[in-house]
Design a protein around this ligand. Structure first.
Ligand SMILES: *Cc1c(COP(=O)(O)O)cnc(C)c1O
Length: 387
C-alpha cells in the first residue's frame, strides 16, 4: 500500500517523546515554549502560540482580530473545511474567492473584483484567509496591497507550507499578514500527532491568542482586576477562551521534527522534480510553480487533461486504488459540502475551483517515499491514461 502522505518518525523523535514521559511535566512544562521559540526563530516571526490543532489556531486567530457576528470572512474554496469553519465558529459569515487556474491558490485579481463589488454593497470582509495550497505560497504581496486598500486582516493558512519560501524568505515571517497558522497533523510537513501553531509579529495579537488558548485566563498581575489584598488570586478569567493547549509530549516531538524540516522539504522537492520529469508528455498538468515560490510540496496534484469525459478522473483514481496506491482529492470546493450548500451556495459559484476539482488527483508524496514506489505510481498512471 502506498498512502498519499505519511509521517517520518525516527529514533531521535521517539527518544524526545519518551524523555518528556519520564519528566515532571506532561503538559505546560518547558517543551511547549521551546517548540514555539524554535518555530518562530526558523520562520523569522516575533511570537508563536502552540495549540492542539491548526483548526484551533485558525479559531483563536479569528478571535484575536475581532472577527464576530455581522463580519465576513473570505477564503479559497479549494482548501480543507477548517479554513472556512473558523469564521462560522465566530458567528461570522463566510464567502469564497475563486482560484488562480495556474497555482490553484486564491486569485488576487478575483479578490480585487470581489472587493470592489463588496465595497459598493457595504459588505467588505474583515478577514481574508489565503491558503498556501500544496505548500506553494499565495501571491501575498498582491493580497497585502489589497488589505491596505480595503482594510481587511490577513490570516495565512499555511497548514501545508512550513519550510517553504516566498520571495526567498521563510513562509511564516508574517511580512504580508497579521497571523499565520501551521498544522502538525501526521500527513503535513512536520508532525506532533495533532497540533498547530499561530505566529504573529503583533504583541497584542499574540497576547490575546495566548489567553484564548487557555480559557481566557491570565496570571499576569498587571492584567488582573484589582481585588481586596486579603484575597488570594492566582489567576483571573478576563475573556472567554478554550482549552486548546498543546501537550509537552507533542511539543517535544515537534522540536525534534524541526531538526529535519529542511531535509523533509528538500526530499519532497526532489520527489516532485522526479515526478515532473517522469510525467512529462502524459495528458496531464504537473504542478506549475511561480518563480517567487519554493514549495514545501505537502501535496502533488496532477491535473488530468482529457476533454469532456468526466468519468476519467474516477477511472484514474480507481486504477490507482485498485493496486493499493491511495491517491486522494484535494479538495471538493468547500461550498459544495452539504453543510455549506444548506447556506445557499450553488454549484458553479467558483468556476475555476470546480474545473480544478473535476480534474485533479493528489498522487503519493512524502519524504520516505522510495524511487521504486514512485515508479509504481508513474507506471500505473501511464497505463490508466493509455500512454
Ligand atoms: C490540515 C489542514 C487544516 C487543519 O489542520 P488540523 O491541524 O488538522 O486542525 C487547516 N487547513 C488546511 C488547508 C489543512 O490542510
Amino acid at each position: 500500500m502506498i498512502p498519499y502522505g505519511r509521517q517520518d518518525i525516527i529514533k531521535a523523535d521517539i527518544d524526545a517523546v519518551v524523555e518528556v514521559l519520564r519528566s515532571d511535566f506532561l503538559t505546560q512544562g518547558p517543551a511547549v515554549p521551546m517548540f514555539e521559540k524554535t518555530v518562530a526563530a526558523y520562520c523569522g516571526a516575533e511570537h508563536a502560540v502552540a495549540v492542539n490543532s491548526a483548526t484551533s489556531a485558525l479559531h483563536i486567530a479569528c478571535l484575536a482580530v475581532d472577527l464576530g457576528p455581522s463580519d465576513w470572512l473570505w477564503t479559497s474554496p479549494i482548501t480543507f473545511v477548517a479554513s472556512a469553519n473558523c469564521g462560522l465558529y465566530c458567528g461570522a459569515q463566510v464567502d469564497f474567492v475563486d482560484i488562480d487556474p495556474r497555482t490553484y491558490n486564491l486569485c488576487p485579481q478575483a479578490l480585487e473584483r470581489k472587493l470592489v463589488a463588496a465595497e459598493c454593497e457595504g459588505r467588505l470582509p474583515k478577514v481574508v484567509i489565503p491558503v498556501h495550497l500544496c505548500g506553494q505560497p499565495c501571491d501575498m504581496q498582491a493580497i497585502h496591497a489589497l488589505a491596505q486598500r480595503f482594510g481587511f486582516k490577513i490570516i495565512e493558512d499555511a497548514s501545508h507550507a512550513i519550510g517553504g519560501k516566498y520571495q526567498g524568505e521563510s513562509v511564516g515571517n508574517c511580512r504580508y499578514s497579521d497571523i499565520i497558522v501551521f498544522s502538525f497533523h501526521p500527513v503535513k510537513i512536520i508532525t506532533t500527532g495533532e497540533g498547530g501553531m499561530a505566529l504573529t509579529n503583533a504583541p497584542a495579537l499574540a497576547d490575546r491568542m495566548l489567553r484564548y488558548r487557555s480559557h481566557g485566563i491570565t496570571n499576569d498581575a498587571g492584567k488582573m482586576e484589582p481585588r481586596p489584598t486579603d484575597e488570594i488570586w492566582n489567576y483571573q478569567q478576563i475573556s472567554l477562551g478554550f482549552n486548546y493547549r498543546m501537550t509537552d509530549i507533542q511539543a517535544a516531538l515537534g522540536v525534534s521534527q524541526m531538526i529535519r524540516l529542511d531535509e523533509f522539504v528538500s526530499k519532497r522537492q526532489s520527489i516532485a522534480k522526479r515526478y515532473d520529469y517522469a510525467l512529462a508528455g502524459l495528458p496531464l498538468q504537473t504542478p506549475w510553480q511561480h518563480h517567487d515560490s519554493y514549495s514545501s510540496y505537502h501535496l502533488y496534484p496532477i491535473r488530468l487533461k482529457l476533454g469532456e469525459d468526466e468519468q476519467t478522473q474516477r477511472q484514474v483514481y480507481d486504477a490507482l486504488h485498485a493496486i493499493g496506491i491511495l491517491a486522494n482529492l484535494h479538495y471538493v470546493p468547500v461550498y459544495r459540502q452539504p453543510y455549506y450548500e444548506a447556506m445557499g451556495f450553488k454549484s458553479g459559484y467558483c468556476p475555476n475551483a470546480e474545473q480544478y476539482h473535476k480534474e485533479a488527483i493528489s498522487i503519493p508524496m512524502y519524504p520516505t517515499m522510495s524511487e521504486a514506489q514512485q515508479d509504481e505510481v508513474v507506471s500505473c498512471l501511464r497505463e490508466a491514461l493509455g500512454a
